[in-house]
Design a protein around this ligand. Structure first.
Ligand code: FMN
Length: 215
């Protein structure tokens, strides 16, 4: 399959089947993550894969802490109007799809805190340093992971709620203070036929976001 087709077809999955992906398939996706470009091949990332009781404990912490974090946060603060508009549009689609799936806004918020009830979660961790290079590299690794998972028939959802609960998650999992929890990903097989995995998505035409110089 053409890589562009893979990139277009990958989408965030928010309803998962019960089937648990094998350790082998997760390892393949994590290996894909490690082939990401990174500063002078320092490979500054680490991964934590959670299932079962470990994942349940993490979700419990997130469900306790994240609502409070949200109260302290203005999600529109500093966002340009055009981005805010697209954010609203996306939420409209997600909430409408959730309603079609029998979920209200509160259910959805709760699921967001508990990795959308996925059978697995993967955390992407790097070293806390002054500049952003390790963050960039670990984000590149994360994207490789999402694409590798997609071509293997897995579904993923990147969750910023994990980084928002940084200190609490690190504490419950025993992750060292000097590490930075970049973010988390819900992982499993997509629940077939769920409206939440099928609402329409678009992208701004590339011409609208590109400046060609010297052409
Ligand atoms: C940094 C980042 C944080 C995200 N956090 C969340 C989240 O907390 N909850 C969620 O449902 N989706 C989250 N997403 C997924 C986005 O909503 C999704 O990527 C976006 O709507 C585009 O849709 P697509 O992934 O299906 O192409 C996040 C994505 C990124 C890159």
């Amino acid at each position: 399959m053409d890589l562009l087709e893979v990139m277009r077809a990958r989408r965030s999955i928010r309803m998962f089947a019960k089937k648990v992906p094998s350790k082998k398939i997760i390892q393949e996706c994590l290996e894909a993550a490690t082939w990401a470009p990174n500063p002078s091949n320092q490979q500054p990332w680490e991964f934590v894969v959670l299932k079962g009781k470990s994942l349940a404990t993490l979700s419990e912490v997130m469900c306790e802490v994240f609502p409070q974090k949200m109260k302290e946060l203005d999600p529109y603060k500093g966002i340009p109007a055009s981005c805010a508009e697209r954010k609203d549009e996306t939420f409209k689609h997600i909430f409408s799809a959730a309603r079609d799936a029998g979920l209200d806004a509160q259910d959805l918020f709760q699921k967001n805190c508990s990795f959308y009830d996925a059978p697995l979660a993967v955390l992407f961790i790097t070293h806390r340093i002054e500049h952003n290079l390790y963050r960039f590299a670990t984000v590149a690794a994360l994207e490789n992971f999402l694409l590798a998972a997609h071509v293997r028939g897995l579904g993923t959802c990147w969750l910023s709620s994990v980084a928002a609960c940084q200190e609490e998650v690190k504490s419950v999992l025993g992750i060292a203070e000097e590490k930075e929890l970049l973010d988390g990903v819900a992982l499993g097989y997509p629940l077939k036929g769920s409206p939440l995995n099928a609402y329409p998505r678009t992208r701004i035409p590339v011409e609208d976001v590109t400046t060609w110089l010297g052409f």
